[in-house]
Design a protein around this ligand. Structure first.
Ligand code: ZN
Length: 293
């Protein structure tokens, strides 16, 4: 079995790292889930809140706390809201790849997965002149072939896997010497499970209070801080951009940046640092052939 990824050294003697990241799904995720959602005006409006209202509010928070963030933008969002994506770039944040129409890599074939990567790249280049170095699989659902497809296109890092507290070098295939940087995430640090409720579309019907969500995320922050890990929060502007939630996020940002033993950075900065460490590539072990039932 592949050994667990170990702790990493952080810049300037910091003990741990933290990153606030945003997935600007807009309408893409619900349209990939079901094209019929295009006919539902209220559902479309629920998602449009993100680019229209959430992103400007969140950019204000980040500016106030002087945090450089990473925004994962599907190509479809870039085409629908080009000015919003340009605003993100103009504010100095990283724009990274998140599919074209939020296609789950495991839900398509090899050629389609490659085509979706290329369409997303073309959209970000066309709209904002961006060549992203980072990728996050829609639904955090990386396929076994994704690492090699990303490396072929010059990506530096992915942020979709969950088997470590700190970043590591992800081998393109098991045993390969070539790799991309992996910056792990986890479901407890995603706002979708706390806030998303769209009847017939997504969510459990339970919408948590912003205070509860912040408590969960801050607890995970303290845990990862104590072990020298990398805390990566994933928020969606259509969810966390609403005022009461943004207020709690504001307080959480204030807490994180007040921790002088923690390096707050974009994922691009984290990946660039990790690449300098020369870590040996590792992979996730495929379960292989299962016993007959
Ligand atoms: Zn997404």
């Amino acid at each position: 079995m592949t050994a667990a990824a170990g702790p990493v050294a952080w810049p300037e003697g910091k003990r741990a790292a933290a990153s606030f990241t945003f997935d600007v799904d807009g309408e893409s995720a619900v349209l990939w889930g079901s094209p019929q959602n295009a006919d539902r005006m209220s559902v479309v409006s629920h998602q449009a809140y993100g680019p229209l209202v959430g992103v400007p509010r969140l950019l204000g928070l980040l500016e106030r706390h002087r945090i450089r963030s990473t925004f994962f933008v599907p190509g479809y969002t870039a085409h629908r809201y080009p000015a919003v994506v340009r605003d993100i770039v103009a504010a100095g944040h990283e724009v990274a790849h998140h599919g074209y129409l939020h296609e789950q890599p495991t839900g398509v074939g090899a050629q389609e997965e490659a085509d979706n990567l290329d369409r997303g790249l073309a959209a970000l280049a066309e709209v904002a002149g961006v060549r992203p170095v980072g990728y996050r699989a829609p639904m955090w659902d990386l396929s076994w072939r994704s690492p090699a497809l990303l490396a072929e296109r010059g990506f530096l890092y992915d942020s979709s896997l969950m088997d470590a507290d700190a970043p590591y070098e992800l081998a393109l295939t098991p045993g390969a010497a070539t790799s991309i940087v992996e910056i792990p995430i986890q479901w407890a640090l995603d706002d979708w499970e706390q806030y998303c409720y769209l009847p017939d579309v997504s969510g459990t019907g339970l919408i948590e209070t912003p205070r509860k969500a912040r408590e969960l995320w801050q607890g995970e922050f303290e845990g990862l801080r104590s072990v020298g890990g990398c805390w990566v929060l994933t928020n969606h502007p259509f969810l966390s951009g609403r005022p009461a939630r943004a207020q709690q996020l504001d307080e959480l940002m204030a807490h994180v940046v007040s921790c002088t033993d923690v390096w707050t950075a974009s994922l691009e900065e984290v990946a660039t640092h990790v690449r300098t460490l020369g870590l040996p590539p590792r992979s996730v072990d495929h379960p292989g052939d299962l016993p007959q039932r």
